[in-house]
Design a protein around this ligand. Sequence first.
Ligand code: PEP
Ligand code: MN
Length: 499
Amino acid sequence: MSTWTPSSWRDKPIAQDVTYPDPAHQARVVRKLQHLPPLVSHQEVDSLAEQMAEVAAGRAFLLQGGDCAELFDYCSETPIEHKLSLILIMSLILLNGAHLPIVRIMRIAGQYAKPRSKPTEVVDVPDANGNTEKKEVLSFRGDNVNGYDVAERAPDPDRLVAAYFHSAATLNYIRTLLASGFADLHKPLEWSFSYVRNPELLQQFTNVVEKLQDRLEFMKVATGESGGSERGGTQTVNIFTSHEALLLEYEEAFTRAATSGPSISAPNSRPTTPGPSRSASIVRDERSPAASGLLPPKRFYNTSAHFIWIGDRTRQLDGAHIEYFRGIANPIGVKVGPTMKPDELVRMLDILNPDRIPGKVTLISRYGAAKIDDYLPGHIDAVKATDHVVVWQCDPMHGNTKTSAADASLKTRHFSDVMHEITRAFEIHREKGTVLGGVHLELTGELNDEGYSVTECIGGSMELEDKDLSLNYRTYCDPRLNYEQSLDVAFQVSDYLAA
Ligand code: PEP
Ligand code: MN
């Protein structure tokens, strides 16, 4: 295989590329991005890598969730608090059932770019006489590419710089909240749970918190610990960030070489530095002390997020995205849909994880409730026949997108389809002797000014119906589970993990 560098993806065909009108402007932006500091540290990435190995081994459970498309506008105090609180609440519910540490990764602080099925779309625009006319415009590709407003559909490279600063501000606020005790288990009802109107859900959650508080008090007495950083959630918790790494120029600019070693945030865990390596992420410099074995070798880290993934539309084996991803040291994900062939899946794992690092690759399956039985068993069998140890994660959202019966312009998802795909994923893995390591959800804790949740998916304990969708439909991309529907999923997954 040819030599990997942070820019070797440029020699490969790239899917879903963005063409900017002014290459000189684009080059100035890239130089600026290269100059900016990392958003995450390589030690944090190593810590997540260790935790992902635990997920792969069935000793931890992964909760990943957030918006389909983050907007720059979401970078604001209340929306960030609502999102963080929802992930924390869900992780407590899961902890209660799973009795395993919960690894929390949010789709946040960089989840801007979107792949689209068509490069253009036809929209209604007002004409000079106040009537509307149909016009073909470029599709909205995410806030880091162009604007949702029809007048702003031309790609603008300055949006990449804006994406960095919005990511930095979002992540800073998450870090600030966590450092200030936001995740303290003694005040979960401050996590905006008070907005939930369904008394049964509220009671269920209060029971979970009381049970966990008792257990943690017991652990403190038993271990002499005065609170602290237990991973399942006491006073501080880890939150990791993630996004689909679609725009490779941006990702390349934040690809930085560092010496990996034992992580600073997980003092009891094993060092992650591999021995002799076939991985492209090792920087080989024969004159360096690393080459003589005195220092661990340098590796390339993507420092724009802890975890990045490749979408279902950009995972061509000979394409630019697979090329970029094979060289970085981060834990990575790949979306796996019905078009993935079992032998292609194995070849992809060989390329992405030549060193066979357990938990390095997360396979994010997204077949749809009606198709999971046709594809997941074959994919599991193919991986089982190799020496790859992957994280199997279920994305029950992207194979289950439908059009609203009442309004053909609205995309929706049925809660029952989402739960069916998750349940079948658990059952199929149990039958095959493999573990479902986690779930990948599109959700939001966002509320409108009256405190009501979004109405984008149908069903759940709120019993939202198709006709209700227009009440508070706010997504700019795919429909998300709302606050209550997300808790419904968490309780049902928690029951499954407890069984
Ligand atoms: C997504 O996660 O928002 C997405 C576009 O998913 P997929 O690549 O699975 O279609
Ligand atoms: Mn989506």
